[in-house]
Write a protein that binds this ligand. Sequence first.
Ligand SMILES: [Ca+2]
Length: 225
Amino acid sequence: MRKDYLIIGLIILVIGIITEVGFGFQFKSFEATKNWQVTYYIVPESGIWGDDIGTDTFPINFNYDPLNIATERTEAIGFKSNTEINVLKDTNIEFSIVADDGVIRLIIDGEVLINLEAPDPDKEETSAKFLTVGAHFLEVQYYQLVPVLEDDAHASFRMLMPGEEQRTLLSSGGISLILTGVYTTLISQKRNKSQPKNQVQKDIIYVIFIFIYLFITFYTLLFLL
Ligand SMILES: [Ca+2]
């Protein structure tokens, strides 16, 4: 058994477990009760809704770049969509939308939260809203500008609890550290004295390198986000 491997392994393992306990458990503060129910329309003039041309469903977080129906048709199109979420505890929720070649609008409980004009290229806007416990009604509307600018119309939507991305990232870092810690602890049990000394030193340097790499990577990313 190699004590130095064991100590390094256990230190990495403990840091990984602390990170995972601190950031790995996220309690959902909302849940989507259904997918987006989508109706497509012809848009004869910017902002004017013409005949409806079909229906669709989108997952609760969607990213259509390009929006297929816009690439299949020469005239401008748009869609109106709605869904419902159930908020489990009073909370701020971040909403992020992206559009290209048109206008996208997010309406929550009848109130416009985001109205984003994005003629070309892509534009993104994020806004948080405090929502109380219970059901809330969401609508997203998108239409291409007339005349049609390009054939790469883009519409995307996602919703997150504040800090969710950073917590997910730290949680992945915690899991990497736990795995590295377990691996190092396990190899500490396998080594024996017949191992050539320079090989052992190389192994130690390798493990320390992995540890430093993981540590720097996920803390750097944390500060960047
Ligand atoms: Ca474009």
